[in-house]
Design a protein around this ligand. Structure first.
Ligand SMILES: [Zn+2]
Length: 223
């Protein structure tokens, strides 16, 4: 892993001047490098890492996130995901990257691909933008190694068993994953079904190690 600290380029500095850092909980302006304002108080401790079993008796996928999907942070994520506030990707990515601390010797950042239909509906790929920002913060290459092998139904409103069934075999990974230790980035982890299918596809393509990293963790009752 490259260790050099990256300086923001001219364009990024201009954007930061126009859109100074904002509190990820309430939207108030904050100092550079801050994620929460004085009014909201210190950033809450990150939730415990979650472990998902990829197959019976087989590997586990460890998934980390810097915050729970609730309160003001949930509203911020919602604005990013559904209301076109692409500008949040930089700060969300830097915040998310902070949760990857314990993992070393990473070779790159992969992300959950959005279907063509999803991209058309939103006009941008919020998962890829987030992953790009995480990769930049960690000084790692962004690798578009995953792709959808078929369209599946939207996961929203489905329980874990139904989600597992819905995304089974929906992803495949290219040869770019071979021999690599990868961070698999997605915006929100709920039941872990999508992340598990993507991690399996990466291992099937020869990845050495896969870790899951999300901007938020939503604890959802199993259903
Ligand atoms: Zn605040």
């Amino acid at each position: 892993m490259r260790k050099d600290v990256r300086r923001p380029g001219v364009w990024e500095r201009a954007v930061l001047l126009l859109f100074p850092a904002r509190c990820l909980w309430c939207g108030r302006a904050v100092g550079p490098g801050d994620f929460r304002c004085m009014g909201c108080g210190p950033v809450p401790a990150a939730p415990k890492p979650r472990l998902f079993q990829l197959e019976k008796g087989g590997r586990f996928l460890e998934v980390r996130a810097p915050a729970l999907y609730q309160g003001g942070y949930r509203r911020t994520m919602h604005r990013y995901k559904f209301m076109g506030e692409k500008g949040l990707s930089g700060q969300l990515g830097r915040f998310t990257a902070g949760a990857a601390g314990p993992w070393a010797d990473l070779d790159g950042v992969a992300y959950v691909p959005l279907s063509k239909r999803g991209r058309r509906a939103r006009g941008y790929d919020q998962g890829r933008l987030l992953a790009k920002s995480v990769a930049r913060a960690l000084g790692l290459p962004l690798l578009g190694v995953l792709e959808k092998s078929r369209e599946n139904q939207c996961q929203h409103g489905l329980g874990r068993a139904a989600r597992m069934e819905n995304v089974k075999g929906a992803y495949r990974a290219g040869p770019g994953a071979e021999g690599k230790a990868l961070l698999l980035v997605d915006d929100i982890v709920t039941t872990g079904a999508t992340l598990c299918q993507c991690a399996k596809a990466l291992y099937d393509a020869g990845a050495r190690q896969v870790y899951g990293l999300c901007a938020a963790s939503a604890e959802k009752k199993e259903g």
